[in-house]
Design a protein around this ligand. Sequence first.
Ligand SMILES: *[C@@H]1O[C@H](CO)[C@@H](O)[C@H](O)[C@H]1NC(C)=O
Ligand SMILES: *[C@@H]1O[C@H](CO)[C@@H](O)[C@H](O)[C@H]1NC(C)=O
Ligand SMILES: *[C@@H]1O[C@H](CO)[C@@H](O)[C@H](O)[C@H]1NC(C)=O
Ligand SMILES: *[C@@H]1O[C@H](CO)[C@@H](O)[C@H](O)[C@H]1NC(C)=O
Ligand SMILES: *[C@@H]1O[C@H](CO)[C@@H](O)[C@H](O)[C@H]1NC(C)=O
Length: 755
Amino acid sequence: MESKRRLNWFMLAVICPLITGAPPLLSQEEVKPCPTEGLSITGGSFVISHSHGTIVKYSCPEDFYPNFLTRKCLDGSWDPKTKKTAECKKVTCPNPRVFENGEVTPYKDRYYVNDTTNYTCNSDYVFRGSQYRVCKPNGKWSGSTPICGRNSDLCPDPGFPPGSHRTGNMFNIDDKVTYSCDNKLTLIGSKQRVCQEDGQWSGTEPQCYAEFTYDTPEEASQAFGNSLKTNLEIHKQHQEGKLVRLDQNGTLDIYIYVDVSDSIEEKDFTTAKDVIKKLIETISYYQVSPNYEIQMFATEVKEIVNMRNFKAVPAERNLGKISERLDAFSYETKGDRSGTNICQAFKTILESMGIEKINDKNFAQTQHVIIMFTDGDANMGGNPKPKVDEIKHLIADERKLGEYVSDIYIFGVGNDTNLDIDDLVTKRDGEKHFFKLPNLNDVQETFDQMIDEDSSNQLCGLQQNDPDNMRRAFPWLAQIKITRHPAGSNCMGSLVTPTYILTAAHCFRFGDTPEKITITLKKNMGIQAQQYISHPDYNVTAKRHLGIPEFYEFDIALIQLKEPVIMDLNVRPICIPCTKETSGSLKLSDRDGTCKKHKEILMNADIVNAAFKSDLGGKIGNKEIKIKQVSHCAVLFLQRDACVEDAKKALGMTATNAKDIVSDNFLCSGGTEPNTDHIACKGDSGGATFVVPGNRMVQVGIVSWGVKDMCKGSFKPLSVEDSRDYHTNLFSPAIYTFLKEYLGNGRLGTPLSFL
Ligand SMILES: *[C@@H]1O[C@H](CO)[C@@H](O)[C@H](O)[C@H]1NC(C)=O
Ligand SMILES: *[C@@H]1O[C@H](CO)[C@@H](O)[C@H](O)[C@H]1NC(C)=O
Ligand SMILES: *[C@@H]1O[C@H](CO)[C@@H](O)[C@H](O)[C@H]1NC(C)=O
Ligand SMILES: *[C@@H]1O[C@H](CO)[C@@H](O)[C@H](O)[C@H]1NC(C)=O
Ligand SMILES: *[C@@H]1O[C@H](CO)[C@@H](O)[C@H](O)[C@H]1NC(C)=O
């Protein structure tokens, strides 16, 4: 099959110039109908589709595969022509007995799904990889290639991936090893690897794929996530343990190309558009703001947005706009869909890059990433490989050899993906750039999992509504208990980095020691406080002489944890304004993501809808409030004023100027205008007052104190006219400075990048 496909491309390459723009090659394929008998499949089922030519599609139950995936009606007979009837065969994994210098048990002819193998080395050899592997339903072994090697050469023994043959047994500088796969299997990865100066093998470890082998979303999300992250962080580097940008001008250009040829049906077309949106969303979580080109291709290439416009036209630099364009791009308008012209797609990318090379003065510092989705069945336009090589040259001209130049990823979508497209992707040690997934839903799931499972990049403000696990809706919430005699206190807090919890300063009293603080994030997660740090200007008694018995300005504290917490779906930080992480959550580019812009987006009205979490008798719930802001509209202006004025009604307060009690360092909620709010109770102190622009949660305040205790007999009291709550304002400069000093400092854990 491999040679047949190669021949195909070769022929197309020869006739490429003749057919460009001509009607697609195979449109007249069937004139005569095919016989309908003899099509059944033993152990499976089939459907006949007439949507684009007459095709029989076979399917089998799980752990089985059809010996033909499809048969096509060509000129009155079925192709492939065969006397054999179709049947469902058991999925096998590639031969693990190629393992050398050790023993495989059990030793069998064939290994089916759930079969296990154990590996041991002969004496004098050192083991690497997985000692125990299971054959998985996707036709792959679990874990990684087991290898018994001697550590005497520069490069490690590259081993024998299951199903492969290797020539070359020397592993020193410039030594080559060459791989091939068993009959009927296709080699994915590098056919040849060279031992490099740095003791690493060039290229990617080969894997032998059968026609039925595919990647699961778990495998793809992990491999794509790791590789993409390396890529996106390539223009950052570690300097004295701190993550800094290598070059402020360094940018990232991403080209997303999606195959919408005939083989993609209408329902898949909608999914394809969703996949693009999901991919852009996924990338936005990596704290980068790339430039995009997005195109759909079949016989021709149809533009959604091109790179030059994205960079040069401010109105085009808008991810919302891309979404709209995608929605407007309909199945009907996608032009001639009968061809799959991968060559033309790469030609278009080459042209776009050529334009950038001339127009973008930072081209040499730009990281180029190409992400393509296709079934790989190029039926016109010729072999894309020369275009891919031209792209590499175009960029390589600008660089010193050996640096990262560009990355090409291809998602082969569909069971009959042509595995030859693996030839086009980037090959790099420890990375994977080609993925074969059975359908677009699995591609989408891949991106979902990247977002969910990427614990290391600590995306802030993420939430999930999972009825079986309420915690996921507020994974940053910390419940804090301070033990004292006779009476301790309870507070709320919010996880803001892996090592810091933000809360109110008034939760602590003189003499409280870290051992007296109990913090609960998720159940059974033991975490300990190292110390707590209150704002240096917090002083409850500072204004007693003015008739303010308790003064709560700068009511903010950080609890530093002994060990950083490990993030997962139940434990993640909330977003803090004026940080780059929050710019990412607001989908702002580096250029647009200023502190001022954050305030405009988050506090964008005279009355801002916000909320905080409360323990409503053993169950965590929302309390909803409206923050009253200073307004230039006369009536609303009074709302913040009235809110602040009521501070004078607090118990024991004799101060005459409300602004002495409540400065601009507070946000104000409560009262009955324009609606009633929920009122905070004692245990709510220190909790995050948050807003949810889009789907990420951003903290704007800290619950501090209130005028009236409304909580007798109710966990969730409603406000009366003069019951007001005050929240420490995270946008206030004195608060920002405090947060930045501790959270933006690289000495400890993973710091936030303050703007
Ligand atoms: C393999 O194991 C899984 C989990 O135990 C089971 O659900 C599945 O049916 C097994 N498949 C085969 C072919 O034995
Ligand atoms: C293979 O290894 C597993 C786990 O180490 C062990 O439980 C099992 O007994 C071993 N099987 C054989 C056949 O040696
Ligand atoms: C970055 O861009 C600015 C303005 O475009 C230019 O002045 C500066 O020299 C560039 N820096 C580098 C390292 O290329
Ligand atoms: C692809 O294969 C998977 C697993 O065998 C099967 O569930 C799916 O229906 C197939 N998809 C198509 C489009 O044939
Ligand atoms: C708090 O303010 C009062 C009144 O100004 C002052 O006497 C006291 O020393 C202050 N306490 C601290 C810890 O700064």
